[in-house]
Design a protein around this ligand. Structure first.
Ligand SMILES: O=C(O)c1ccccc1N[C@@H]1O[C@H](COP(=O)(O)O)[C@@H](O)[C@H]1O
Length: 213
């Protein structure tokens, strides 16, 4: 079986972007959400985009962004994927897909089995479902908190293409893959030396750990 795909999310410097590329990660995530410590401005996106171009798939992560914000992000980064990590409805996801013609990753917060089943609402609309830990009620930032959930809830999941995220790191990712059956994983906090600051060695260790799983 092929190695699981790896997405490193929340990259914001040329050095750590290059570390993700050199480690062999498949997707580089860039966060466009001002309340996040990993928020990337448009100017920085214009600088990082060309480094990633053709070397790693660029993912623009947004949270309930409107068309004007998405227009600016798409123009600055030229992403290969859009990741919608807010409360976007299936209708809104469809609208975004039609407007930009880009493959979409839709995040679903999971705390119980019925959360996993809501992925069915996005069938035929989202290209990849990202199962992440459900944010605490009223959380200012709906992701990237290093919190995991019960990976066994994902056993037998029927979504066609999906990724696992939430509290993954180089120590637990092999077990998370084994228990959930994930063929793609996404990490942010677990490859940081402090909140919002990526670490090249941790990125390399994370990718290696997925290869050994
Ligand atoms: O990373 C962020 O700051 C972020 C902000 C808003 C929404 C989502 C965000 N990150 C996503 O959350 C998952 C889980 O992160 P972690 O590994 O538990 O820290 C991450 O994979 C990002 O896609």
């Amino acid at each position: 079986m092929s190695d699981p795909l790896v997405k490193i999310c929340g990259l914001s410097t040329p050095e750590t972007l290059r570390a993700a590329i050199d480690a062999g990660a498949d997707f580089a995530g860039f966060v466009f959400f001002e309340k996040s410590p990993r928020h990337l401005g448009l100017e920085a996106a214009r600088r990082l985009g060309p480094i990633a171009q053709g070397r790693i798939r660029k993912v623009a992560l947004t949270v309930d962004a409107d068309d004007a914000a998405l227009d600016a992000i798409v123009a600055a980064l030229a992403p290969d994927y859009l990741q919608l990590h807010g409360a976007e409805t299936p209708a809104r996801v469809k609208e975004v897909k039609t407007r930009y013609g880009l493959p979409l990753i839709k995040a679903i917060g999971v705390a119980a089995r019925n959360d996993v089943e809501t992925a069915g609402d996005y069938e035929g609309v989202a290209d990849i479902i990202l199962f992440d830990a459900k944010p605490a009620p009223g959380a200012a930032v709906p992701g990237g908190a290093g919190v995991s959930f019960d990976w066994d809830l994902l056993r037998g999941v029927t979504a066609k293409d999906w990724m696992l995220s939430g509290g993954l790191d180089s120590e637990n990712v092999a077990e998370a893959i084994r228990r959930s059956g994930a063929r793609a994983v996404d990490v942010s906090s677990g490859v940081e030396r402090e909140r919002g600051v990526k670490d090249a060695e941790k990125i390399a260790a994370f990718v290696s750990a997925t290869r050994l799983s």
